[in-house]
Design a protein around this ligand. Structure first.
Ligand SMILES: Cc1cc2nc3c(=O)[nH]c(=O)nc-3n(C[C@H](O)[C@H](O)[C@H](O)COP(=O)(O)O)c2cc1C
Length: 303
């Protein structure tokens, strides 16, 4: 028997597998594929105060080993998400994480406070790293001072645990991570999608109207693993590793690099029941490698 639990300090999850924002709908869409109770937690699609149509298509483009997306954070708005969350709470006891978005600091705070007040929500994840909202992929997570200011504002005015989701599209992710930690982040999740470019040969134009789009999937795994390793050894708060995870072995690699738990993204879009397989693989591999629990190997990469 192996112990799959993942300890984030402020919450103990039954296992480290957390479907990532934007790749798992609002959870309920996946209940026909498997019982949501098997998950460590799950993150809902990012939400703003008001409904948003998102970007004009095309929004998805497959690459050799990944996916480019330019969804533009489409969503029903905070009021409707509250109704959805109440419905989802009726089908699972798994902790629900709300991915909080905002056009400016005031909106981030307003949205965070709405879900902070909701008993059915376990944690907030501050999405300061979406590459698809502004042309050129600009976001608060590219600026240490903005990250600090925003995280502090949210922490001072909410009580639920706050995960801050970082962008890989920066020169020095460790300094941004330290800014978020200093401002009071309870955990860091990394990474959001990498900026990439797809070209339409016939039109000689970019595939996406925003020119750049967010690259995710297996293509980014080694890049994300590197950033998780670099950040996890510099911060005291738990790190949630994200990027290209497709199997149980990938999860254990992220834990060895220093992550306390992981989020699985694009794999859910390719294989909706991937979580079931990944959980089974983690257990089998831990047995094979004689790992009793995740803490035993967390950050134990031998350099
Ligand atoms: C279609 C799509 C939509 C996404 N929407 C969000 C979102 O709303 N909020 C967010 O923080 N990240 C969003 N992401 C980023 C993922 O949560 C994750 O960080 C990224 O895809 C890397 O993980 P992966 O390689 O396992 O997919 C989205 C990713 C994809 C592919």
């Amino acid at each position: 028997m192996v112990d799959l639990s993942a300890d984030l300090g402020f919450i103990k999850l039954k296992n480290p597998v957390i479907p990532a924002s934007g790749t798992f709908g609002y959870g309920e869409e996946f209940q026909t594929f498997f019982d949501l109770d098997i998950l460590g937690a799950f993150v809902l699609k990012g939400i703003y105060k008001n409904p948003r149509p998102g970007n004009i298509p095309p929004r998805l483009h497959e690459t050799a080993a990944g996916l480019l997306n330019s969804i533009g954070l489409a969503g029903p708005g905070a009021e409707e998400l509250v109704n959805i969350i109440k419905r989802v709470a009726g089908i699972t006891h798994t902790p629900v994480v709300v991915n909080v978005c905002g056009e400016d600091d005031e909106e981030y705070l307003e949205v965070a406070q709405i879900f902070d007040a909701l008993d059915e929500v376990a944690m907030l994840e501050l999405n300061i790293s979406c590459p698809n909202v502004r042309a050129g992929g600009k976001c608060p997570a590219q600026d240490g001072q903005h990250t600090y200011r925003l995280v502090k504002l949210i922490k001072q005015n909410t009580v639920k645990p706050l995960i801050v989701k970082l962008s890989p599209n920066v020169k020095d992710i460790v300094s941004i991570a330290l800014s978020a930690e200093e401002a009071g982040a309870d955990a860091l999740s990394l990474v959001n999608a990498y900026l990439g470019l797809a070209v339409n040969l016939k039109s000689r134009a970019p595939v996406f109207r925003n020119v750049f789009a967010g690259l995710s999937g297996p293509a980014i795994k080694p890049l994300a693993l590197k950033l998780v390793y670099e950040v996890a050894r510099q911060v005291a708060v738990p790190v949630i590793g994200i990027g290209g995870i497709t199997c149980g072995g990938d999860v254990l690699e992220f834990i060895l690099a220093g992550a306390s738990a992981v989020q699985t993204g694009t794999v859910n879009m390719v294989e909706p029941a991937a979580s079931v397989r990944i959980l089974h693989e983690i257990e089998t591999q831990m047995q094979e490698l004689q790992i009793k629990n995740l803490e035993e190997i967390r950050g134990e990469l031998k350099i």
